[in-house]
Design a protein around this ligand. Sequence first.
Ligand code: ADP
Ligand code: 5GP
Length: 210
Amino acid sequence: MPIENDGIMIILSSPSGAGKTTLVSLLSGIENFEISISHTTRKPRAKEVQNKDYYFVEETEFNRLINNQEFLEYAKVFDNFYGTTRTPVINHLSKGKNVLFDIDWQGADQIKNKKLDYKLITFFILPPSKDVLFKRLSSRDMKDKLIAEERMKQFGRDVLHWINYDYVVINDDLDNCFSKIKGLIDAEINNGSKDYDKEFIREHVEKLTG
Ligand code: ADP
Ligand code: 5GP
């Protein structure tokens, strides 16, 4: 059972480009919320900052962390490795901080299966349409059109995991989406009523994949 003053874990996953990194960054502005900074073997994007967006490491260092069992979870995503180290997460949670995770469905499954003594809420973020997703991916990865195309190819497979999350939220207008997620987190923390329509989401997924 979670201890009353412990923080909670909040996972955001999505098909690439739907906006989870942007949303995690907005949520981290709320008092008492901290981002879990992942390790990755991916190379930094133009605006990304070492030790802030990720700990960018070589594969040898990543393997060392695996062998030392330092990861709470790790996975291979799009040809690179990504992982969450355990110690900083537990330190935050035990000090009553809520920890935000921007991780894929494999990592979310691993954390769920660990059944840690901390409350966990999982969100899956969807784009309003495939056209919008492609535009967002193209504007972010301007340097390499191939990256956007590769990630679009993966979309149909990634989106199928929506069903395993507590809540699925559509990121059309950013402020609305942020408010919706914040409202659901508040409702979970305070045992309040949840504004959530799963059938509407099911129909949206059918439109995206149909
Ligand atoms: P992800 O982390 O899911 O791969 P990002 O947060 O990097 O996605 O968002 C992809 C791109 O879309 C970024 O350039 C971001 O600024 C933009 N973006 C995110 N949410 C919105 C939104 N609601 N409206 C318009 N652009 C958005
Ligand atoms: P990107 O390269 O766009 O930053 O991230 C690619 C994917 O890796 C995204 O789905 C992102 O959520 C996921 N990811 C980032 N960090 C981690 C992590 O520590 N663990 C796992 N499992 N996935 C991660």
